[in-house]
Design a protein around this ligand. Sequence first.
Ligand code: FAD
Length: 308
Amino acid sequence: MAEYKSDLLIMGSGPAGYTAGIYAARAGVNSLIVTGSSKGGQLIRSGWVENFPGFVEPISGFDLMDRIYQQAVNLGVKLIDDEITEVDFYDNPFVCSSAGGNSFISKSIIIATGASVKWLGLPSEQKYVGHGVSSCATCDGFFYRGKEVAVVGGGNSALEQALYLTNYVEKVYIIHRRHSFNAEKVMQQRIFENRKITIFWNNVVDEIIGTENPLEVSGIKIRNVKSDKRKYLDIAGVFVSIGHHPNTEMFRRYLHLDAGGYIVTKAHSCATDIAGVFAAGDVCTPYRQAIIAAGCGAKAALEAIHYI
Ligand SMILES: Cc1cc2nc3c(=O)[nH]c(=O)nc-3n(C[C@H](O)[C@H](O)[C@H](O)COP(=O)(O)OP(=O)(O)OC[C@H]3O[C@@H](n4cnc5c(N)ncnc54)[C@H](O)[C@@H]3O)c2cc1C
């Protein structure tokens, strides 16, 4: 139980938070990063990253974030492994409290709390999370060696997860509710060329089936939304990759959020409705790219430094 005072508090340790920390440290600002429960952010769950500038060869998401972390530490960035649970933006200095029972008092804040997985919303899904239902192929793919699995979704992350899984599994079914993918062309090409992958277009998952003891997934029921044709797939794992929602609920009573829950910032700026509170990365942009989050983190830090 401690009280931390700083000029700048950065919430989040993804590309946006770390980059903001790096800029603040180089400017000599008394700043602090509260890492949140997912230190390194979403990229630590990704397989290979090929589109972050500066890496000639693909780099694993984990290694990329570890390098950015090391860079931040080398520059003197201070990090606290904790999670902000409550904020009070009514008065400046702002006061935030945390899951660890700490309080953080700061003149300015950068919100870089990123985004979290969207689930399908089926009762059977929540029952089997961690027992055959996953959102992270890099974390859990290994457990399905030689088995058949399904990936639900049609964006970049879904296709990336499907490709990654082919390193381990016998077969990957992609269940996608539309008739085309919403992913980069190069990624789509790799999917179409991969013999381990079968795509069910215009299909949704109606139910996840499994055993009770042990709690294990054994199949899924899917349905074609055009023909209403139903099918059962005998699979051992389901990887849900239908998108993310920004982690912004905690800020709703203070900040303007758009219909998607993203923090609305001022034009050409990371500034929010409240002077001294800035937003960066996946909390305020739907692009969901590490380089954009990092750039946003740098911009937010420069604006915060100017504000302080
Ligand atoms: C499987 C997968 C593959 C991807 N592949 C690529 C790729 O190849 N290339 C690419 O450019 N992008 C990729 N992305 C997207 C990329 O990871 C995100 O765009 C990027 O990580 C966003 O960075 P961020 O800093 O805004 O947020 P995040 O990375 O989401 O980090 C958010 C941080 O906030 C912290 N946090 C959350 N709540 C709190 C709280 N209450 N208090 C304190 N801290 C909190 C979390 O612990 C975390 O550290 C991928 C994403 C996924 C899921």
